[in-house]
Design a protein. Structure first.
Length: 413
């Protein structure tokens, strides 16, 4: 039997299914691990490779330029591939909790499952606060109101610099709420909650104008969600704005994104229908979600930074469609020769995400390759130094991922 090493860390890997070495075969979905790895693959370096190739070609190749375009977020309204990365991870969290919490409820009871959800949700939220510089006031210079002699002044500085809402915090809240709902309610009730969240958010955003604007608007800084952040969300907001893309009101439909993953997980966990029909249902439901979300977008625009209800359907639809395809190819047809790098990443997704942001792999790669401006880069790579640099940085993180995976080291809270 393989021994699994468990090392404590403050990352949401417990939201992922247990590794194969410690997980009953009947409940393991290789496709889910691979999809999680595929999702994270673009964040930990692949996106940089695409952009550097486009730059090396001086934006003259339409295919390279199109790929690079898809590797950026939409400015406001619209949907690109890179807009899918975050909501698909939230969706995968919902799929995963069906298996992890379902097993815990069956073996140890609902109280144990609720306790796990609360502890992990709170720990992940607090880690998100720290990750975004929550304690930066103690050693950095980003003090907006310096008054080191007064306790009240110090407390004010702390609150001013903390980012209370962020990517990890949104994952934590989505997991916490969706997990508790899963523990207590049947699928029919969960469906009603999901529809209710999307409808309520649509109603508030579509019929309640932001005070001072005078009319309903979905423009940045002029909508209700942004106004609520400016008025009620304390602390630091992303890009030094008065609102946050992971703000207060927009967290409501983000919970619905996690619940969509719960429905996909319930389908995959069910004894019936058969695997081919499960894959077909996921693909068909995903296509329907994209179509409905796109149609809804004519009235309620698809905006990631507001996490609009139409965005939830479009992103959830693509997530279900990809899950269906991965499930069909990997778990039904057993075509797995291409999945190894994604499995390495998928089993330690958040850990690798944190490593990527802590270790400057681009600078490390530049020690070997140089850059476009260096003499070595100019003469050896002839305009492609940054491409080689980005590719080597990606290789470094893949080596770490493979090391952890091969030694059965799966880091978790």
């Amino acid at each position: 039997m393989t021994t699994t090493t468990v090392i404590a860390e403050a990352a949401p890997v417990p939201l992922e299914p247990a590794p194969a070495a410690i997980m009953p075969k009947a409940t393991r979905l290789v496709s889910l691990d691979a999809l999680r790895g595929f999702d994270m693959f673009w964040i930990i370096g692949a996106e940089d490779v695409v952009h550097s190739v486009d730059a090396a070609l001086q934006h003259s190749n339409k295919y390279a330029s199109l790929a690079a375009y898809q590797m950026d977020h939409s400015d406001w309204i619209g949907f690109r591939f890179y807009d899918l990365i975050f909501p698909m991870f939230v969706f995968i969290v919902g799929v995963s909790l069906v298996f992890s919490l379902g097993k815990l409820i069956a073996t140890r009871g609902r109280a144990a499952a609720v306790r796990r959800v609360i502890i992990r949700g709170v720990v992940l939220y607090l880690f998100g606060v720290l990750y975004y510089g929550g304690l930066g006031w103690a050693f950095n210079g980003r003090w907006k109101h310096p008054d080191p002699t007064l306790v009240t002044g110090a407390f004010h500085r702390i609150l001013h610099d903390i980012r209370f809402m962020g990517v990890l915090q949104r994952i934590a809240i989505g997991y916490l709420v969706a997990g508790l709902l899963f523990c207590y309610f049947r699928p029919r009730t969960l469906l009603g909650v999901t529809i209710g969240l999307l409808a309520l958010y649509w109603g508030l955003m579509s019929f309640v104008p932001a005070p001072g604007v005078g009319h309903v608007s979905f423009d940045e800084g002029k909508n209700l969600a942004n106004w609520i952040d400016a008025k009620f969300l304390p602390g630091y907001k992303w890009d030094d704005l008065d609102h946050d893309p992971e703000g207060l009101l927009s967290t409501m439909p983000a919970i619905a994104s996690c619940l969509l993953g719960v429905f996909a997980g319930l389908l995959l966990k069910a004894g019936k229908p058969g695997p081919y029909l499960k894959a077909l249902i996921l693909i068909a439901a995903g296509a329907a979600g994209v179509a409905l979300g796109t149609a809804w977008g004519y009235q309620f625009p698809v905006i990631k930074k507001l996490w609009t209800s139409s965005f939830v359907l479009v992103a959830g639809g693509y997530s279900a469609l990809l899950l269906g395809l991965f499930y069909l190819i990997i778990d039904v047809w057993k075509i797995r020769f291409w999945t190894a790098p994604f499995l390495w990443i998928g089993m330690n997704a958040i850990t690798l995400y944190l490593i990527w942001h802590i270790v400057e792999f681009q600078k490390l790669a530049a020690l070997f390759v140089g850059s476009e401006s260096s003499e070595f880069g100019k003469h050896v790579f002839h305009g492609w130094a940054d491409v080689v640099n980005s590719a080597l940085a990606l290789v470094f993180i893949l080596i770490i991922a493979r090391f952890l995976y091969k030694r059965q080291i799966f880091l978790r809270v």
